[in-house]
Write a protein that binds this ligand. Structure first.
Ligand SMILES: *[C@@H]1O[C@H](CO)[C@@H](O)[C@H](O)[C@H]1NC(C)=O
Ligand SMILES: *[C@@H]1O[C@H](CO)[C@@H](O)[C@H](O)[C@H]1NC(C)=O
Ligand SMILES: *[C@@H]1O[C@H](CO)[C@@H](O)[C@H](O)[C@H]1NC(C)=O
Ligand SMILES: *[C@@H]1O[C@H](CO)[C@@H](O)[C@H](O)[C@H]1NC(C)=O
Ligand SMILES: *[C@@H]1O[C@H](CO)[C@@H](O)[C@H](O)[C@H]1NC(C)=O
Ligand SMILES: *[C@@H]1O[C@H](CO)[C@@H](O)[C@H](O)[C@H]1NC(C)=O
Length: 521
């Protein structure tokens, strides 16, 4: 009993986190462009025009001051823009470095986003809320406006520590790894990551960054543009979960990177979801089934892949697909199949923007409304957080039960998710699937809270005579545990109990620690 209490207590007071892939598997991530998430009090909310490609005023402090919006949607981690100092010269052909990817001296922080103490305060506040901090890091390259830069102001000062300039030939993998991203107006000088001193400098740099700011995980920019073997020692030094960006729909190529880092962003699933769910679009449901199957056979661990529908490099979903039901259905797939769901800020507000820089608009004009997409996300996170806390659901593997012309049914653990691409207008079509459930089985759709009949031979059927809403069938025991679809009075008392426990715990832990200290002395 006392041991159990002490254990809970120290888990609660966890100081340094250094979270592993195993700990990240159950998390749910909200991706923020630091400059665009929230304004300081008193700033003019009307002046941010993404077309201008310049700073709009978001900081680490404004993220910290506005975490309720993220946490109330059920997210348990955030991913923020790179924190290093960026290019500070005159405006370039592509504007200013508001996005944080134009690395100058990596030993310094980006003063546009705040001070070292501000970043520490953000990290501490996230940990107080039991949330994780994922920081975007760029190691592949720095930024310049020349193909022959003076390197004296960068962390790596010697020309020999960079690959010589060459434009990338996208049909040549050596060129993809060693030549320079960017163009001749904005060059991204490519570090010679094969050089042992570059590696060892990066190793101590990342170790120090993680420790100094108590970072729980890394999103690694342009991972594909560095030899995979570089990332093994780099991520070992980091000692936290590494999630790499390997752009492209080639499952085999992306899977190779999971040999040298914990995980990668799930671009193959993203591409398939776009092919299946966008309206208008090819509506090819088999693309998703096919990629889910190849992911399971190619990746070492599909359950830690980073699932997403939007980010700073791809079009906003709403610019690809006008029908909001297509978004709701696609979100369900990213949350309820294998992987860590990641939502790009503003996706829940139906922000539009087909390409960089328009897909990086400010969030504040939305008024942070509790939209339908926001509420749907909160329900998904509530269900998923409960499953993660109370079972090995996150480790279980997705099974495709059925793929049809209008939709598909998947099962992960005890949860059956049925998604469709027909959109909002009602159609006299349906998706049915065979489940392992007996016909007496009691399950409920988490979105409508309607009980669902299981037919003979375990069949379930969703008819779209009222439009193409997603359906998630949950066994009633789980529904109760997760506090979903409960009568209002019951829900309230659960929350009050939770709040009570939460406020008592720190005081009780302090008392325990004081007692231990007295005993030791
Ligand atoms: C591929 O790119 C590398 C680096 O630029 C270059 O040295 C090599 O000759 C290229 N190979 C081919 C077949 O073009
Ligand atoms: C749909 O996707 C599957 C799997 O990727 C592919 O084999 C098929 O050709 C696609 N169908 C169409 C019509 O594009
Ligand atoms: C979202 O849920 C909140 C309650 O948590 C409710 O006030 C709001 O009206 C809902 N939004 C929509 C669009 O239904
Ligand atoms: C899951 O557990 C963590 C602590 O381990 C707690 O903070 C969180 O509220 C729990 N979430 C749910 C949905 O039970
Ligand atoms: C819906 O389709 C079924 C056959 O698939 C047909 O029997 C039924 O009459 C249709 N209902 C309506 C309202 O059109
Ligand atoms: C019963 O379900 C299985 C799949 O679980 C299916 O293969 C079989 O055809 C079904 N039988 C009938 C009579 O529907």
């Amino acid at each position: 009993m006392h041991f159990l209490f002490a254990f809970t207590c120290f888990a609660f007071l966890r100081l340094a986190s250094a979270a592993t892939a195993d700990q990240w598997r159950g998390r749910s991530v909200y991706q923020v462009i630091t400059d665009r998430y929230a304004l300081p009090a008193g700033a003019d909310p009307t002046v941010c025009d993404p077309n201008q490609q310049t700073w709009c005023g978001g900081t680490w402090n404004t993220i910290r001051e506005n975490l309720d919006y993220i946490q109330q949607a059920g997210f348990t981690a955030i991913w923020i823009s790179p924190v290093q100092q960026n290019y500070q010269g005159p405006r370039t052909a592509y504007g200013d470095a508001y996005h944080g990817y134009w690395i100058a001296d990596a030993t310094k922080l980006n003063e546009h986003f705040g001070t070292a103490d501000d970043l520490k305060a953000l990290s501490a506040e996230l940990h107080r809320r039991n949330m994780y901090l994922m920081v975007d890091v760029v190691a592949n390259n720095v930024m310049s406006t020349s193909t022959n830069p003076d390197y004296s102001s960068y962390m790596f000062k010697d020309q020999s520590q960079y690959h010589p300039y060459c434009p990338i030939d996208w049909n040549n993998d050596t060129s993809i790894k060693n030549c320079w991203l960017g163009d001749t107006k904005v060059t991204l000088p490519d570090l010679n990551t094969q050089d042992p001193t570059v590696l060892s400098t990066y190793q101590s740099w990342i170790k120090n960054l993680i420790q100094e700011y108590d970072i729980d995980g890394l999103r690694i920019d342009a991972a594909k543009h560095v030899d995979a073997s570089f990332w093994t020692p780099f991520c070992e030094s980091a000692g936290v979960f590494c999630l790499g960006e390997v752009f492209g729909d080639d499952v085999g190529y992306a899977a190779l990177y999971q040999e040298s880092m914990d995980s990668v962003l799930n671009y193959p699933l993203y591409d398939a979801i776009v092919e299946a769910f966008t309206i208008p679009g090819p509506g090819n449901m088999s693309a998703v089934t096919s990629v889910l199957n190849s992911i399971q056979s190619a990746f070492k661990d599909p359950t830690v892949l980073g699932n997403f529908l939007e980010n700073q490099d791809v079009p906003r979903w709403h610019s690809l697909s006008v029908d909001p039901q297509s978004l709701y259905n696609a979100i369900v797939l990213t949350f309820m199949s294998d992987g860590i769901p990641i939502m790009y800020y503003g996706q829940e507000q139906m922000l539009t923007g087909a390409a960089d820089p328009l897909n990086r608009g400010p969030l504040w004009p939305s008024g942070y409304q509790k939209t339908t997409a926001y509420n749907l996300t909160a329900t998904l996170n509530q269900l998923r957080n409960y499953l993660v806390n109370n079972s090995d659901w996150a480790k279980s593997r997705t099974q495709v039960l059925q793929t049809g012309p209008h939709g598909m049914a998947i099962m992960k653990g005890d949860i059956v998710s049925i998604t469709t691409n027909i959109g909002s207008p009602a159609q006299n079509v349906s998706v049915f699937a065979y489940t392992p459930w007996p016909s007496s089985f009691s399950s409920t759709d988490v979105f409508t809270c309607q009980q669902w009949a299981v037919g003979s031979n375990g069949t379930v059927e969703v008819q779209y005579t009222k439009g193409g809403q997603p359906v998630i069938l949950v066994p009633d025991s789980i529904l109760q545990g997760a506090g979903l679809c409960q009568p209002v009075s019951q829900k309230k008392s659960t929350l009050e109990n939770g709040a009570h426990l939460h406020s008592m715990l720190p005081a009780a832990c302090m008392a325990l620690i004081l007692t231990l200290m007295v005993l030791i002395l």
